[in-house]
Design a protein around this ligand. Structure first.
Ligand code: SAM
Length: 287
């Protein structure tokens, strides 16, 4: 019987979390079971204990499983330094540009938003930086992902209370969340209304355009260099000339694509479009 009560499943879990550097209770059994069963189906394995033995003897399979599990991992205000830099430096720069251009619209894209914590963190940081009325700006945050299940969680905007309390400062929980039950919070309507969720595959040729900032964090690490280069070229065209690109903590722009962006803040992994680069992205579809 393939349920969470199976002792083989418990053994798999122990093995997994030893390598994943997270505590076991960060994940629901339903989620883990779904991913593990998918791997087992692929290998034609019918019992947890048999799959556990494969995991123990085969490093590659362990890595496969880790990959499928880690792929959705996210949290509110992941890597705090990024959010400090975004609030204290990037947002004021954008406000300056907008004032010079007499524009009242700020557009931000969270391009692999998983279950929504990143775009909601963006919305909360904008309120913190610009105030209750967003200094008169209209803010549009596009949040996209390839995982429809993750997107439906994101749209609901409801999260376990213990995770929210661990990741979000208490004064912000009071401002931006509503408690919906003993153990769950929902992001408040004023945060939710800034974000529009949409399915989008980063490997597709047509990208949306006109963004002041693009967050693309902890997704490119799973991709090969050629795919990364194509994506960076498309992101270049998606950004306004003054635009900022925010990567994950361990990510960087390598090779051919490096000339498209200038490093803005190394620690926070924030880059800025290098608008002087000519002929960029000409070989790419998407007009
Ligand atoms: C580790 S999460 C990152 C979430 C968030 N950006 C963060 O840093 O916390 C990676 C996300 O990338 C998404 N993803 C993977 N391949 C993708 C693709 N080709 N197009 C769009 N999203 C993709 C996964 O579904 C997953 O939700």
């Amino acid at each position: 019987m393939l349920t969470y009560r199976d002792p083989g499943y418990q053994k798999i879990k122990e093995e997994l979390f030893r390598h994943l550097e997270v505590s076991g209770d960060a994940y629901k059994d339903t989620y883990l079971l779904r991913r593990i069963r998918a791997r087992m189906r692929k290998l034609g394995v019918n019992s947890f204990i048999e799959y556990y033995r494969i995991l123990k003897g085969n490093r590659k399979e362990l890595e496969e499983l880790l990959f499928t599990i880690a792929i959705n991992v996210t949290e509110f205000f992941r890597d705090p330094i990024v959010w400090k830099t975004f609030q204290r430096r990037v947002i004021p720069e954008i406000v300056g540009v907008k004032r010079r251009k007499y524009s009242r619209l700020i557009r931000i894209w969270s391009a692999a938003c998983s279950t929504g914590q990143e775009p909601y963190s963006i919305a909360m940081t904008l309120y913190e930086a610009l105030g209750e009325n967003l200094s008169g700006f209209r803010v549009q945050i596009l949040a996209s992902d390839i995982d429809r299940e993750a997107l439906s969680i994101a749209m609901k905007g409801e999260y376990p209370a213990d995770a929210v309390e661990k990741q979000v400062p208490r004064y912000m929980i009071a401002k931006y969340f509503v408690k919906v039950s003993e153990d769950r919070y929902r992001v408040s309507p004023k945060v939710r209304k800034l974000v529009r969720f949409q399915y989008f595959n980063l490997l597709s040729p047509r990208y949306p355009r006109g963004f002041d900032v693009i967050f693309i964090r902890n997704v490119l690490i799973y991709m090969k260099r050629d795919a990364q280069t194509e994506i960076f070229k498309r992101l270049y065209d998606s950004l306004e000339d003054h635009g900022f690109l925010v990567l994950g903590k361990t990510e960087t722009i390598l090779g051919e694509a490096a000339k498209l962006f200038k490093l803005y803040d190394l620690v926070a992994r924030i880059y800025r479009k290098n608008p002087g680069v000519m002929g960029r992205g000409k070989n790419i579809g998407g007009g």
